[in-house]
Ligand binder design. Sequence first.
Ligand code: PMP
Length: 441
Amino acid sequence: MTRILHRSIAAALPRAVSGQGVHIGDAEGRSYIDGSGGAAVSCLGHGNAEILEAMRGQMDRIAYAHTSFFTTDAAESLAERLVGLAPEGLDYVYLVSGGSEAVEAALKMARQYFVEIGQPQRRHIIARRQSYHGNTIGALAAGGNAWRRAQFQPILPETHHVSPCYAYRDQREGETTEDYAARLAAELEARILELGSDQVIAFVAEPVVGATLGAVPAVPGYFRRIREVCDRYGVLLILDEVMCGMGRTGSIFACSAEGVRPDLITIAKGLGAGYQPIGAVMLSRDIYRAFADGSGLFQHGHTYIGHPVAAAAADKVVEILSRPGMMEHVQAMGERLQSGLDAALGQSPHVGDIRGRGLFRGIELVADKDNKTPFDPARRIHARIKKEAMARGLLCYPMGGTIDGVHGDHVLLAPPYIVQPDEIDQIVDRLAGAIATVTAE
Ligand code: PMP
């Protein structure tokens, strides 16, 4: 008997009762390897004594102080650390309680920035199709996942969408990577001009697409071209690193690998590593100055922003993430995961693509590999793989849905960064077994 409204109402879920390292235990005594860190959240595994100690210390000192009265050592220390690790010029931090809140805050910050600098006519947000930026109204509107948006469409604010950078399906036969990136940048430019060269507030994108496509990095050079287009029309670039940030792809900020400096970055998930709900927006010096020299007030806020216990947990998380060797370990384990998946699944007639960066890997399942034909959505391949994997003691993150007429079944892997080689091999074995069973049925 449950009185919780679960996401899938009818699902009978096991009760999680323990977590240690990369493992979660349920009330029936079963143990699972947390191969997806929940939804790419638990980046340092479960039961981390240092993070728990940092939270306890903060709770003993003070558990809550409203941000209209106080700042705290924990919040200041966290902000200092993040600024030290972020691309140059992203010098300020706005704390929130999760990913959707971070995206909402970034969108409002971008809009208010233009009001502050005397360009109040700017009113359009452009994002990409097949993207996910959160489930609150503004973030859902920014997202371009037709299935998630469909029933809420009438109450979503207007946003505009261009193509994602999705080489597996969209790079044309014979088209070079440079030409593909240039084509996508030209599409963005055309959309900006259509809306009015001085009418657009921001372009929003994930450096590595997570929840809708399954760990799809952009092709090299794509973000540099996008940055140029944004600069040409004074459009802010918001990079959503809620899922791919905080070391997930092998660098603390995913955009560091792209060589671009966005105006705003949203982070969450790995920031609290599952120990506390926390997210943040990192903003450029210019945006900060516009607020400081203008109204002196960012017209936003929630009761729990900057929560001291969440900030203390995240401060310890970021300190651990920045220790020597940590990102190298993520890269090495990521390579092992990719080559293990390539070896175990590369020849499968139903595995179309295996991709990703660092410990963020996605597998796209297809009915016919040669034509990249998706499975019939009614077969719910992704959901069945999740179930089969759980039966084998593996948690992986399934995604499926019909997006712009194209159905996709994907599985996302995002294990904790403390994962060891033998655990990577177990993840690969169990997932390959689950995929073989489901696709053979
Ligand atoms: N942006 C991205 C890129 C995400 O992956 C998610 C969550 N999957 C969100 C925003 C929303 O974050 P949250 O679920 O913490 O609100």
